[in-house]
Design a protein around this ligand. Structure first.
Ligand SMILES: [Zn+2]
Length: 231
């Protein structure tokens, strides 16, 4: 429980920026925070302006819903204008939010959405897995945040006060690999659906991936532990 993280009634971060500690903590793929952060970029084709801000979930509302129902509607809207949206999320959208995103994109065919996520939300629940697949099926791009993306978000969305020049959390690498494999296996199902034997094989390779990554994480942990003691 980290209820101390959402003291504000508003879902917008302070001055549209995220605090350093909040960014480091909330986007750490090995830590399971309850509050979900959404760093967003909005670019309209007929305008030079690039909006880059931050919002988060509260107890009652997920960050994507806030974006779709509030942030987007505050934008200057011209149906002939093409809009590129990029989201950098600490948690991937849940099944319910995926439905809302789908409905939104159906109503807004001029909007293109790319989503980067630090973690996949309850990735064993079929509802959430199906939700992610359904987004990819209508043209949404979903990726796991890698180190260059962590660094980009640091430079773009984090408060400037006493900020280190760069943020390159190398120790996230095994987690990035783990979630990338998991996302791959979630999305593969739609490509192979209807072919039962392939599905079986995929579950098996999925299990092997998890075993492999678990061993990798254990080793990485041990190595880190040892090198710390040796120094
Ligand atoms: Zn949600």
């Amino acid at each position: 429980e980290d209820s101390e993280l959402d003291p504000c009634s508003s879902l917008e971060c302070f001055r549209g920026k995220i605090e350093q500690e909040t960014y480091i903590d909330s986007y750490d793929p090995s830590v399971l925070r309850r509050v979900q952060y959404l760093l967003y970029e909005v670019k309209w084709s007929n305008s030079r302006k690039l909006t880059q801000r931050c919002c988060h979930s509260t107890r009652t509302e997920h960050a994507e819903i806030y974006f779709l129902e509030d942030v987007f509607h505050r934008q200057r809207y011209d149906p002939s204008d093409h809009c590129s949206l990029t989201w950098y999320m600490s948690w991937s959208p849940c099944g319910e939010c995926c439905k809302a995103i789908r409905d939104f994109l159906k109503e807004q065919p001029n909007v293109n959405l790319v989503i980067y996520v630090a973690r996949i939300y309850c990735h064993e629940e079929e509802n959430n897995r199906q939700g992610l697949r359904s987004l990819v099926n209508i043209g949404v791009t979903i990726r796991i945040m890698d180190l260059p993306v962590y660094s980009y978000c640091w430079r773009t969305f984090v408060c400037d006060e006493d900020k280190d020049e760069d943020y390159w959390p190398r120790h996230f690498a095994p987690w990035i690999m783990l979630y990338s494999l998991e996302l791959q296996s979630i999305l593969q199902v739609s490509r192979t659906s209807g072919r039962g034997h392939l599905h079986e094989e995929m579950i098996q390779s999925h299990m092997q991936n998890w075993t492999f990554v678990t061993i990798y994480l254990l080793l990485a942990g041990l190595t880190q532990h040892c090198s710390r003691n040796w120094r």
